[in-house]
Design a protein around this ligand. Structure first.
Ligand SMILES: [Zn+2]
Length: 126
């Protein structure tokens, strides 16, 4: 009267693909087994490029994902900031190269492996 466990069948049911990218912008041949790169650290991930619909879908789990959230929040602040806009205008008028914004600096640091300022710190100050 022993019944086989149904866990295997349940596991199989759960692997159905849930969604695919709606548009295929590039028709040129993409190697099907190409691995995606994490947009934050630039490391190759174990995710397949054709299964990654958005850049943030290729993020490494953990630190890179938190860092990406912090950068997104920073950029949002910067795009709404009068100070950043004014600085851009004066740089433009003086024909100076534009100075890096905080989000650019943090991306460079984190990508370079410098985590002395953590994404959690940045998020906590926004
Ligand atoms: Zn990463």
């Amino acid at each position: 009267m022993a019944k086989a466990t149904s866990s295997v069948r349940e596991a199989l049911v759960q692997t159905a693909p849930s969604g695919r990218p709606a548009s295929r912008s590039t028709s040129s041949a993409y190697p099907a087994r190409r691995r995606a790169f994490c947009p934050l650290c630039g490391q190759q991930t174990d995710k397949l490029a054709n299964e990654v619909a958005t850049p943030d879908a290729a993020l490494c789990a953990g630190r890179c994902a938190v860092a990406w959230r912090a950068l997104t929040a920073l950029r949002l602040c910067e795009s709404a900031s009068e100070e950043v806009a004014a600085r851009r205008r004066s740089e433009w008028d003086a024909r100076q190269p534009h100075a890096s914004t905080l989000s650019e600096l943090m991306l460079m640091r984190w990508r370079g492996g410098d985590w002395t300022v953590t994404p959690e710190d940045v998020l906590g100050q926004l």
